[in-house]
Design a protein around this ligand. Sequence first.
Ligand code: ADP
Ligand code: MG
Length: 320
Amino acid sequence: MALGEFDLIRRFFTVQAVKHRSTILGIGDDCALLRCESDQELVITVDTLVEGVHFLHDVDPESLGHKALAVNLSDLAAMGAEPKWVTLALTLPHCDADWLQSFAKGFFTLAKRYEVELIGGDTTRGPLTITVQALGLTPRNHALRRSGACPGDLVYLTGELGAAGLGLKIRLGQTGIEDQGAFAHLERPEPRVDIGLKLRGLASSCIDVSDGLAADLGHILEACDVGATLYWERLPLSDGVHRYVAETDDWSMPLSAGDDYELCFTVPPTSREELERNLTAGGFPFALIGQIESQAGLRLSKEGRSIELSQNGYQHFSSD
Ligand code: ADP
Ligand code: MG
């Protein structure tokens, strides 16, 4: 590398706007040191993005910096956690200053928006791979889990469904539909951190939709030993996705495509009014899309028919 490892870290990853008082030690020592309050729980997640698997080689680096952080903040959102700190492990094929500058811009712009501080990482040479670990906080016993849904609970989804799936089809030239919004959704997903915080104490279960709604809601159903019915007419599809489904009859795309990074959550009917009032007051987009049932399996009610849905999303190693 033209720039040494330590110069690279100093130049691109130590300049940041966010510094928390509870950070005793950030970048520069062998480990970071954090101060934690006794009435809070530390919520930790990690996600890796690999070139050729999670993104195409010519992806815009600024979008990649955004997305590497966004997918982790989305996991924290799904637990109702407030994001605080991140670490970044970067494996780079070579040191390209322009590329790193853009990557860091995408990363830190999003980090600033959610007041997230980068406190450490690792930098190595090899095939382009980005691993971000995110740490957040919840009040003790208030984290949202996958496991609390009961028959009769209502199933909700934030935002729109299938936009990233359509964005990927546009990117790969598999559809003639033009939809800038879908493309933006694929490249720069917005983590639903603010909604996750509002769900504390109200949602009985929650997950972020990264592998497709059917698969991710399937994880909730499995964890809770229940089933569910979704209502086609209630699914929040953008105009572009509506057009795509009308043109191709591929109605399963919005249910199975990944990368939406919306939250799917369940709410007992007794909390419905409070939940809808809170989300509406905050101007947050959400839709009631189905109901939890005691009968196992995931069903789609569409034009008077009940269709059994596969709960298999994208799985690494599934063909080994
Ligand atoms: P060690 O050899 O002890 O693992 P490194 O030499 O890898 O430490 O890193 C030196 C310091 O720089 C550490 O504090 C580490 O957390 C930080 N660091 C390394 N790479 C990155 C990165 N990509 N982003 C942020 N901090 C980093
Ligand atoms: Mg190291």
